[in-house]
Design a protein. Structure first.
Length: 225
């Protein structure tokens, strides 16, 4: 008997607050599962092969991205992150989960999952860390423990607003490991929402390796293009 009650409640709520697609604003069927219309969902493009970056300049072993940071997905990530629409976590996590299921080498040998931290003041303003929410859903789905391994010691400027030289110093020593005992000897999967230059993931990986991690692999929901 649960189903009809849920439907009635959803329809009732929909009369007062019409449901709209979080990306394009179009009216949604009240039973639409993810809060995003099918047209927008179909527009989200998977990151084409080889999916990952690995290079001597970075501290991580490889960095994978599930999708491309553009169009509907860009809008969804923005609404999720800056308008705290946490209900979008379900579809955004699903995009990452489906990607992992198609590329099982991502989880090979992984002992723990962690995430890129945000600075304490920003966490208070936003109320949640979007990368932690995504990492938590991956941890639940694949049964791999999650650890709050890193902290951000100071506010930094958005990397895309800086020159090349400023970028190099902006993130320097901005991340620190919280507890070496939880990190030491482990192969870690580091989660973030978007990868642009790879500098943030690399600095976080460096902090984990400095604390004794065996190696760090990264996975982001989207990759800047
Ligand atoms: Zn839409």
């Amino acid at each position: 008997m649960d189903e009809p009650i849920v439907s009635v409640t959803k329809n009732f709520v929909n009369l007062i607050y019409p449901l709209r697609c979080a990306a394009c604003g179009k009216s949604l069927d009240p039973l639409e599962e993810f809060g995003v219309c099918r047209v927008c969902l179909n527009k989200i493009r998977q990151n084409p092969k080889p999916y990952s970056r690995s290079c001597g300049l970075f501290f991580f072993e490889r960095a994978y991205s599930a999708c491309l940071y553009e169009g509907a997905l860009k809008e969804l990530i923005h609404v999720f992150k800056y308008k705290s629409k946490i209900s979008l976590a379900k579809i955004l996590s699903k995009l990452m989960i489906d990607f992992i299921k198609e590329n099982d080498e991502i989880l090979y040998g992984i002992d723990i999952i962690t995430f890129v931290p945000i600075q304490a003041r920003r966490l208070r303003e936003r109320g949640f860390n979007q990368s932690r929410t995504l990492a938590l859903n991956l941890s639940k789905e694949f049964g791999i423990p999650i650890t709050d391994a890193l902290k951000k010691t100071r506010l930094t400027k958005p990397q895309n607003e800086l020159t090349r030289n400023e970028r190099l110093t902006n993130l320097k020593d901005a991340f620190k490991a919280r507890d070496r005992l939880k990190i030491k000897g482990h192969t870690i999967l580091l989660i973030d929402d978007v990868m642009t230059t790879g500098a943030t993931l690399s600095e976080c990986s460096k902090a984990l390796l400095d604390a004794g991690a065996a190696s760090v692999r990264c996975l982001t929901l989207a990759r800047g293009i």
